[in-house]
Design a protein around this ligand. Structure first.
Ligand SMILES: Cc1cc2nc3c(=O)[nH]c(=O)nc-3n(C[C@H](O)[C@H](O)[C@H](O)COP(=O)(O)O)c2cc1C
Length: 153
């Protein structure tokens, strides 16, 4: 199975770290949307989509690329890193991917560290940041490995 992982990660490279764990395990090609030109997905059987969560959503850049893609009968999975680390944020993209004919094989999320004062003065973010400190960590990487094993099973 030929696999590709497309991701957006521009804050602390947290999502990129997870993307690399997946890529290593399943020998996938990696595309960072920060520096990409053209994306050709025809040759791939499995495509992973990943992003950090920025203001309650995945990166607009990722949605924009997905919009242009023909995903009929492609196997896909979605992953994100965020302060809270919930798969909840993946749901919107999964809905879009399914509406384009893709078959979703999984959804992964873990915490990603951040410094609240760099983007918000809300107390809740300051509180959350303490729990996200040091993530993704080795436990997150092990979880990511288990997840991707299941996806390709
Ligand atoms: C501008 C900005 C907004 C963020 N908004 C949220 C948010 O709404 N919810 C959340 O859980 N984390 C939020 N975070 C934390 C990031 O999701 C987290 O640090 C993530 O791991 C960043 O991924 P990256 O390093 O791959 O870019 C935000 C971070 C930034 C920089």
């Amino acid at each position: 199975m030929k696999s590709l992982i497309i991701y957006f990660s521009n804050y602390k490279n947290n999502t990129e770290k997870i993307a690399k764990v997946f890529a290593e395990k399943i020998n996938a090609d990696l595309i960072n949307l920060k520096g990409s030109g053209e994306i050709k997905i025809e040759d791939y059987d499995l495509i992973g989509f990943g992003s950090g969560v920025y203001k309650e959503d995945l990166a607009p850049q990722l949605y924009k690329w997905v919009e242009k893609m023909n995903l009929k009968d492609k196997k896909v999975f979605v992953f994100s890193t965020s302060g809270v680390g919930f798969t909840y944020y993946n749901k919107k993209l999964i809905r879009i991917l399914k509406s384009k004919g893709a078959s979703c094989k999984g959804s992964f999320a873990c915490k990603g560290s951040f410094v609240s004062r760099e983007f918000s003065d809300k107390k809740i973010f300051e509180f959350m940041s303490k729990f996200a400190e040091g993530h993704p960590n080795y436990r997150d990487y092990r979880k990511a490995e288990k997840f991707i094993d299941k996806v390709v099973q």
